[in-house]
Ligand binder design. Sequence first.
Ligand code: UFG
Length: 333
Amino acid sequence: MTKILLTGGAGFIGSHTYVALIDAGFEVVILDNFVNAREDVPERLRQITQRSVACVRADMRNTTQISDVFDTHHFDGVVHFAALKAVGESVSHPLEYFETNVTGLTNLLKVMAAKDCRNLVFSSSATIYGEPELLPIPETAARSFTSPYGMTKLIGEQLLEAMHLSDPNWHFGILRYFNPVGAHASGMIGEDPMDIPNNLMPYIAKVASGDLPELSVFGDDYDTADGTGIRDYIHVTDLAQAHVLSLQKLIEGKSHIVNIGTGQGYSVLEMVQAYRRASGKPIPFKVTDRRPGDTASCYADPQRAKDILGFSATHGLDDMCIDSWRWISSNLS
Ligand code: UFG
């Protein structure tokens, strides 16, 4: 059986990818430091998959801890999620972002080379397009950054390209995620609702549940139909499936760089309406100033992912909101 190391496998996207990989017949070991994941995620994954979960507590900044996991298991590939991801926090704490996201990746690559494991799926982001020069955004668009977080993702991509040049036996799947939302249909895993969210859908969810009083809509004077920002929201279980397809391509020896989005953009106000429909709850909001660094519109050209991976998103906006609401409403404190 093909054995995969899933770094950050207890986090939001990681936990959904764990389920998708198990369903696809992979054997999976999770590595996580639980800095941004609930302690009970492995137990929830056991309940969803009805199988015991192999999970190691380790930190990407510690090469010995990574190496120890590779001493115990022979891996055919790695899916690397373990990273910090809050844009605003990266501006105030750039060193932490470089340590975890860049040093963490170099540590992993060193251990993988030493253990002769050269298949890696890397979590990249639409953030590497900076201020998009073209919509929908194709993978050939110029790369840039608007935050230290974005720099670390761009450096990650460039490092992998350099590794591939140095040794063509390295195979990389670089997946550029757009805006992952929603939750597993079981309602047992999702985005952790304990913190005050930075991102739109978890914030709306907390307003719907009554945990937060109202949403701030960051600007209604953008050059879009209703003036609010447009993004390409993708259901996290679709995103998880993209990792399965990416790994299958890597194991055939085919590297790739692809956008993972739906190709369909929705505005902030459309998201509020959809969540109202899904939850049946009021979602009060007020319009405030634009958030620094935000762009008007960002949505993917998803064609390359379809051509290379055979990937297309199957869940629409209503599914994303219904599944998010099931997760939030069944885990209210
Ligand atoms: N927004 C609000 N109010 C909020 C939160 C967000 O109006 O409380 C708006 C934003 O201005 C934007 C849209 O909702 O128009 C989406 O914002 P998010 O913060 O949910 O997502 P972003 O597109 O800004 O950023 C996300 C990830 C980044 C990633 C980027 C890739 O958070 O990590 O997508 O495009 F880099």
